[in-house]
Design a protein around this ligand. Sequence first.
Ligand SMILES: [Co+2]
Length: 428
Amino acid sequence: MTDNEVASNAAKELEEKLSLKENEAREEDGEEDEEEAGKGGEDNASSADKKKKKKKKSKKKKTPQEQTVPPRVGLSKIFVNKKYPVGEIVDYAEDNLWRTTNEEKRALDRQENNHWNDLRRAAETHRQVRQYAQSAIQPGMSLTQIANLIEDGTRSLVEEDGLNSGIGFPTGLNLNHIAAHYSPNAGDTMTLKDKDVMKVDIGVHVNGHIVDSAFTMSWNPDCDPLLAAVKAATNTGIREAGIDARMSEIGEAIQETMESYEVEMNGKTYPVKSIRNLSGHDIKPYSIHGSKSVPIVKGGEDVKMEEGETFAIETFGSTGRGLVHADLECSHYAKNQDAGHIPLRLPRAKALLNSITQNFGTLPFCRRYLDRVGESKYLMALNNLVSAGIVHDYPPLVDIKGSYSAQFEHTIVLHPTQKEVVSRGDDY
Ligand SMILES: [Co+2]
C-alpha cells in the first residue's frame, strides 16, 4: 500500500467516526432539549428526584473537561465536538489573493477537511505540551527527564493509538553547539545547565499527518539576539512561502533576515549565520521528509511550492561556522521508504525490522522507543539494518564546540485558498 492510500483510508475511517460522534452528540442534545421543554413552567422545581436524574444525564453527556497540569487529558475530552482549533490563517500575496474567495478553491479545500482536522489535533497537542514544557523545564534536569516530560504529555493528549496517533518523531533536545537530532539514549547523563541554550523539536501525528515544530529555550541572556534572529528568520520564511514561491528566493530572504543580527559574548562580536547545510522540508503522510527542501541560505534550487503541500519551515542560526557535521552517539532512525525488498539472512535483524514496521512504520523513532516496546540488545541488529540500507540513521548534527545555535520551526499548509500556520501559538 502506498502512503497515500494508507492516509486516505485512515481519513475515511475518521470521517465515519466523526459523523457517528456528531450524530451521538446531536441525539444527546435532542434528549436534553425534550426534557427541558417537558418541564414547562415548573422550571424552578426543586424535587430531589429530578435533580438527581438531571445530574445522571449530564454525567452521561460529554461535557468538556479541563486540561490538567502536567497535561494528561486527551484532547477529544476537551474538544468534545472533535473540531480542533484552526492555526493562523494568512492570505496569499497579490498574485494569489484571488484564491481566498474563489468558490472552486474553497470546495477543493473542503474535500480535505478531515486531513486538516487531524493536523490541527496534532498541532493543539503540540501547543499544550510545549507550553507546559516551557514552564516546567529548568536547569538541573536531565535530558531524559525532559524528554519524558514532553513525551508523556504528547502520548496522553493525542491519545496515542498504534500508528493512528502518537509521537511524530523523537523529541530533539539539542544543547548549545548541537543543532539537531540529539535525543537521549538509555543511560544518557547529560543535564541542562545554567547558561545553556536548548532547541526543543517536537513531533506529533494523527493518521500520519505530522506537525513538526521547534523552539529554543535559553538561560544565557547573551544569546537573546541569536534567538531573535532565528525567530525573525523563520517568520520571514513563513511570509515568503506560498503557492508558486521559489525555494531559492525563500532561502535568500531567510538568510538576509538571519544575518542582519549579531551576538556579543565576552567582549567579542559574533555574526549570526544561517546554518547552510540544514533546511526546512515538505511533509508527506507518515513521512517527515518529503522530497523538497526549503533552504535557509541563497543559491537554492528553483523548485516551487505547490497547492495543497505541507511544509516544515525551520531555520537555524549559529555563532559558529554555520555548517554542521555528524557527531556523537546516534539516537534517531527511520525505515527507508525507498528500500525495496532486501533479503535479510540474520534472524535477529529480521525480527527487529518486523518490530520497527509494526510499531513505527516509516515514522522516525529513537532507541528509547525501541526499549519502550520491549526490544533489548538490539544494537547489532539495528546496525545491520542500517548497513543494509533498510533503516536510515540520523546522527546528531553539530557546529563547532563553544558555539551556540538556535532553531524555530512551524508546520504550514498551503491550502488552495489561504496559507495556514498550523502550529502557531501565542508563544512563537
Ligand atoms: Co523539521
